[in-house]
Design a protein around this ligand. Structure first.
Ligand code: ADP
Ligand code: ADP
Length: 226
């Protein structure tokens, strides 16, 4: 089980901006959960704090039955995909995918095998020896996804992973990502400022405002007309 449970989670940046204001939330095991809200409401901060890229200022983060609040990012069983994909430009697709496995001290032959297998699963098999600069936007997005998948994390964190794609690719990627998440059953938190995207993809949605969750529910509940 990999529920994500946030209890009174707070983040205050140096300088005093209170980006997360005592948040409480449970994302259920296997759920596709969208975080929706305007720029500056705290979506990225929430994701980065769950990932361990920012230290919480208060409260706790549990993944499954583990309190991960004080753990290093690499110890949390989480993979994150960033808006700009954050691929290593000097590495090939396969080297990018294998990198987290290297960090986890998986042996060289096993890394190569897993990277190739994951690349093929995502339709990148023929691009394995290319560098990110030689890929289209959609292919880079898949490579970032492959890198996230390769170490079989319990949780996916997506920070607007489709927003740099053109309109056509974005629709294609929605369907693809949703299908993949279903198949893998990985608990997923997906940040977006696009209401239609959240509506199309999420099992549940949280609407965020000023560091707080204003509303949490299924798409029908959240978008129901009063
Ligand atoms: P969103 O992802 O919803 O656009 P952010 O999480 O990036 O929102 O930002 C939430 C708030 O925290 C904003 O007021 C932003 O200016 C502030 N903030 C974000 N990152 C930092 C930082 N590194 N230092 C200080 N303030 C920050
Ligand atoms: P899209 O139609 O998804 O926008 P592009 O027009 O960027 O894709 O690329 C079309 C094809 O050309 C893709 O298969 C891509 O891998 C390849 N390609 C794009 N840029 C380069 C490059 N700099 N070097 C080699 N191949 C490239």
């Amino acid at each position: 089980m990999a529920d994500i449970t946030l209890d009174r989670l707070a983040k205050v940046y140096p300088g005093g901006v209170r980006a997360l204001n005592d948040l409480g939330l449970t994302v259920k095991d296997g759920e596709f959960f969208a975080l929706l809200g305007p720029s500056g409401c705290g979506k990225s901060t929430l994701l980065r704090t769950i990932a361990g890229l920012e230290a919480a200022s208060g409260g706790t983060i549990r993944i499954g039955d583990r309190d991960v609040t004080a753990l290093q990012p690499g110890e949390r069983d989480i993979a994150m995909v960033f808006q700009d994909y954050a691929l290593f430009p000097h590495m090939t697709v396969n080297e990018n995918i294998a990198y987290p496995l290297k960090i986890k001290k998986v042996g060289k032959a096993e890394r190569a095998r897993k990277a190739q297998e994951t690349a093929e699963e995502l339709g990148l098999g023929h691009l394995a020896e290319r560098r990110p600069g030689q890929l289209s936007g959609g292919q880079q997005q898949r490579a970032a996804l492959a890198r996230a998948m390769a170490c079989h994390p319990k949780v996916f964190l997506f920070d607007e992973p489709l927003s740099n794609l053109d309109a056509r690719m974005r629709l294609e990627a929605r369907t693809f990502l949703k299908k993949l998440q279903r198949e893998l059953g990985v608990t997923t938190v997906f940040v977006t400022h696009d209401q239609a995207e959240a509506l199309a993809m999420a099992d549940r949605i949280a609407v965020m405002e000023g560091g707080e969750l204003r509303q949490v529910g299924t798409p029908t509940e959240v978008f129901r007309r009063p």
